[in-house]
Design a protein around this ligand. Structure first.
Ligand SMILES: NC(=O)c1ccc[n+]([C@@H]2O[C@H](COP(=O)([O-])OP(=O)(O)OC[C@H]3O[C@@H](n4cnc5c(N)ncnc54)[C@H](OP(=O)(O)O)[C@@H]3O)[C@@H](O)[C@H]2O)c1
Length: 255
């Protein structure tokens, strides 16, 4: 699949959390293929190195940054690393997360609830907080956050994940209003049923077919479908869009 081209992304500095695999990896590759210089953030060093190697093999520029994005200290370290090796980022894709596995609420103890909220909501706040001062001082930029169809309507995912992802939608709208005067746009993606490596490995083919059939466009999404939407929101092609949540959902839109 060929990736869209946005000339204004050439030379921009981007940070992609959750970049070690799945949707984030596809987004890091798509940004780099548009000429952006990308810091790829995750916890799995080997997986990060593989994504960075793929970018470099394609002629692009990327660096790996190992961090747990629920940790302010580790994010501060990433900021210093990126500043030293690439410069000040003006594009930020805060995509890390994914603790959506179904679990009855009665089995969701307080520790697990907090872990999911930390991973899928607080991490987005902390990531933005880490890079916001530099972006504002640079005169602006574009932030893309990651919600989910599970944050748009009740779903099979656990309740903490649904609440966290709904929180990302409102965090995005709030920040869009607050940061617009500083030239910073903030938009959100809400994917449904993306066939990442993990989904492909864990979901039996007959289940994949059944889930695909629940979407008007009749297939599962791909990481590249989400990366394309992220590219558009990063680019000045969407320069008058802020505060939006885009349902990357094959037409399965109920909001
Ligand atoms: N796949 C879908 O159908 C779908 C639908 C809606 C929303 N989403 C959202 O899309 C995002 C990416 O999901 P995916 O499907 O691509 O999942 P994935 O393949 O499991 O990737 C998850 C990514 O998040 C990173 N991550 C998770 N917790 C982290 C932490 N505490 N610190 C640093 N990195 C962390 C992982 O890094 P390491 O493995 O290196 O730690 C990995 O790069 C998630 O926010 C997920 O909720 C996915």
């Amino acid at each position: 699949m060929s990736i869209a081209r946005y000339a204004d992304l050439q030379g921009r500095i981007a940070v992609v959390t959750g970049g070690s695999r799945g949707i984030g990896a596809a987004t890091a590759l798509a940004l780099a293929s548009n000429g952006a210089r990308v810091a790829v953030v995750g916890r799995d060093k080997d997986a990060l190195d593989a994504v960075v190697a793929a970018v470099r093999a394609d002629g692009g520029t990327a660096i790996p940054a190992v961090a747990d994005v629920t940790s302010e200290d580790q994010l501060a370290h990433v900021r210093e690393l990126v500043q030293g090796e690439l410069g000040t980022p003006t594009l930020l894709a805060a995509f890390a997360g994914g603790l959506g596995a179904p679990r009855p609420t009665v089995e969701l103890d307080a520790a697990r609830w907090r872990e999911i909220l930390d991973t899928d909501l607080t991490s987005v706040f902390l990531t933005i907080q880490a890079f916001l001062p530099g972006m504002a001082a640079s005169g602006g930029g574009s932030i893309v956050t990651m919600s989910s169809s599970a944050g748009r309507q009740p779903s099979r995912a656990n309740a903490a994940y649904g609440a966290a992802k709904a929180g990302v939608v409102m965090l995005t709208r709030h920040l869009a209003a607050e940061l617009g005067p500083q030239g910073i746009r903030v938009n959100c993606l809400a994917p449904s049923s993306i066939r990442t490596e993990k989904v492909a490995a864990r979901m039996p083919p007959e289940t994949q077919q059944a889930v695909a059939a629940q979407h008007p466009l009749g297939r599962l999404g791909t990481p590249e479908d989400v990366a394309e939407a992220a590219l558009f929101l990063c680019s000045e092609a969407s320069g008058w869009l802020s505060g939006l949540t885009v349902d990357v959902a094959g037409g399965r839109v109920t909001n």
